[in-house]
Design a protein around this ligand. Sequence first.
Ligand SMILES: Cc1ncc(C[n+]2csc(CCOP(=O)(O)OP(=O)(O)O)c2C)c(N)n1
Ligand SMILES: [Mg+2]
Length: 343
Amino acid sequence: MDPIDQAHQSREWLIESCRRMLLIRHFEETLIGLQNQGHFAGHYHVYIGQEATGVPALSCLAPDDHIFTTHRNHGHLLARGAEPGRMYAEILGRRDGYNKGKGGTFHIAASHLGFHHTSGIVGGIIPLAAGAAYAAKARKTGQIAVCLIGDGALEEGAAPESFNIASLWKLPVLYLCENNGKYGAGRALGAAQSFSMAAYPLTDLPKVYKIPAQQVDGTDALAVYRVVSEVVGKIRQGQGPQFIETHTVRWPGSESNWPVVPVVTSVDLAWDASAAPEKFRDWYRASDPVLAFIRKIVEAGAATRAQLAEIDAQAVDLIDRAAKFALASPFPEPQEALTDVFA
Ligand SMILES: Cc1ncc(C[n+]2csc(CCOP(=O)(O)OP(=O)(O)O)c2C)c(N)n1
Ligand SMILES: [Mg+2]
């Protein structure tokens, strides 16, 4: 059996991935409640429905790889092991946040986890990832850079410019494009395809620059793991940049400008979606990648429903404590407003 298949079947990997997916799900569900209660203002983006891409993909990286992400970053940071309490504190503008509350939801940076910069500017990180990859190559550190973008980011001029340089210089960079049918900024623009890209399928664009590009079902955690681990291996061997498009699903709770939680996710929901309001039931029954992963683990005999329910209860408890930690954290002092700010 090759190492990839072994990893697929590793009970530890399956359970750890499930734990992280549930943690992300509950983090976002609780965050929506925090905003509804008025604990933070302004727009924000949740990662619900994309957990089966971020968790397995980031599990393929080394601890010192560089990761760049966007306005939809919460799931990526948590997948990498960020502390939910410090994440909430950052989003709520509190002093114990990863960036002392000055970055907020769009700009969470956690360098010790590889996230040196997170940007709300769509496409803004694409050249930065190429720069980090260039530094790694020049210094021969063996690190790679991962650029987590949405389908909409490919419309920015920074994408083709960066692809060109990355390809010419054979930079160690992975472009991981999560195609969620573009529900950015709460807009529901249609089914899982990009409506504003002339280059379609999206993989056509990197291919023009001779960057190998492939598509994978982003709701299938095992398929994502298989593709990302294979591609990361090629990048580390010096084969240059690679592009992966994952097809993820749109979570119906995000269809309005302000997300709503139709039902709190639970392990039982994987077999009986009747707790969800009728309008949302089909999504939880047929499309939710976390619930599909839970069913797969139980059917494969890697864990029982009761064991996963216990893991879920621990995730709920951790998130509950994280929210309390953030709410108890003070706001930064006014005189610190310009500390750590580059201008
Ligand atoms: C340069 C720039 N233009 C426009 C916006 C407004 N905006 C925020 S999210 C978004 C959609 C992004 O779509 P995509 O990259 O597919 O990410 P998704 O939200 O779907 O995950 C847009 C246009 C922005 N933040 N930056
Ligand atoms: Mg999108």
